[in-house]
Every structure is written in structure tokens, then in C-alpha cells.
Design a protein around this ligand. Structure first.
Ligand code: THU
Length: 139
């Protein structure tokens, strides 16, 4: 991943926060997922009055890609914080989203958690989901 690619993903993730549907938590998350083919799939979180159907930004991005036949990925940028705030803290992907990443991504997949385009941290999948249960366990 180049610095330029990382910044592009963060900018796209930040833009997605304006589409978050968060009448309950008022916590807006945006994600931008870079596929191996170079396409970028974006996502926001979408909440529900029944709570459990809520979909995180990361999963929205993955499901948009997979539903279009794209299943190989290089990296994802994640930004999140209170809806009205522009000064974000780091937002770490939830356990369910980590498991979804695990389904489609290999050990070199990069997770970028950003406050803004200049402040970000990167992680590998094994770092954030060690000893993962995945497709290999069912073959
Ligand atoms: N959320 C995400 O979209 N991604 C994360 O990584 C953490 C949590 C959403 C779910 C819910 O809409 C809100 O943030 C508060 O949990």
C-alpha cells in the first residue's frame, strides 16, 4: 500500500459518514474497501429500530463488493465517531466485521483505522483476529 492509496481510502471513508443512518447511536462510521482489481467499495453504518439488523460500515462495503462478484481485497479504511464531530478518535472494527474480513481476506490484508488523512494506524488481519476460524476449517 502506498501512502497515496491509504489517503485516498481515508478520504472516501470520511465522505461516507454523511450517509450513515444512525438515529439510535448517532455514531457515524464510514469505510472504503480496496479490491485487488483496483475498485473501491464504500460503506456506512445502517441502524434499525429493532437494533440487531444494524449493519456496520465495513460489512456494508464488503457486501456491496461481494454482491457484485468481487471477492479479493487488499485493504480497508475505517473512520468513525459521533455524528456531529469532525475531530475523530480511532474506530476499531467490531468482532463481527473482523469475522467477515476473515472470510474473504488473507493474512496480508491491511486494516487502516484513521482519525484523519494524516493520523492513521495500520493492522494486519492476524493481528486483529488471531487464530481465526475460517473457510479453511470447513474443508
Ligand atoms: N459500527 C460500525 O459501523 N463499525 C464499527 O467498526 C464499529 C461500530 C457502528 C454500528 C452502530 O451503528 C454504531 O457504530 C454504534 O455501535
Amino acid at each position: 500500500m502506498t501512502e497515496e492509496q491509504i489517503k485516498e481510502l481515508i478520504v472516501k471513508a470520511l465522505e461516507m459518514r454523511k450517509f450513515s443512518y444512525t438515529p439510535y447511536s448517532h455514531f457515524n462510521v464510514g469505510a472504503a474497501l480496496l479490491a485487488t482489481n483496483g475498485n473501491i467499495y464504500t460503506g456506512c453504518n445502517i441502524e434499525n429500530a429493532s437494533f440487531t439488523p444494524t449493519n456496520c460500515a465495513e460489512r456494508t462495503a464488503f457486501f456491496k463488493a461481494v454482491s457484485e462478484g468481487v471477492k479479493e481485497f487488499q485493504a480497508i479504511a475505517i473512520v468513525g465517531g459521533p455524528a456531529e464531530s469532525d475531530q475523530l478518535e480511532y474506530c476499531s472494527p467490531c468482532g463481527v466485521c473482523r469475522q467477515v474480513m476473515s472470510e474473504f481476506c488473507n493474512d496480508s490484508f491491511v486494516i487502516i483505522c484513521a482519525k484523519n488523512i494524516n493520523e492513521y494506524r495500520t493492522y494486519s488481519l492476524p493481528e486483529i483476529l488471531p487464530d481465526r476460524f475460517g473457510p479453511k476449517d470447513l474443508i
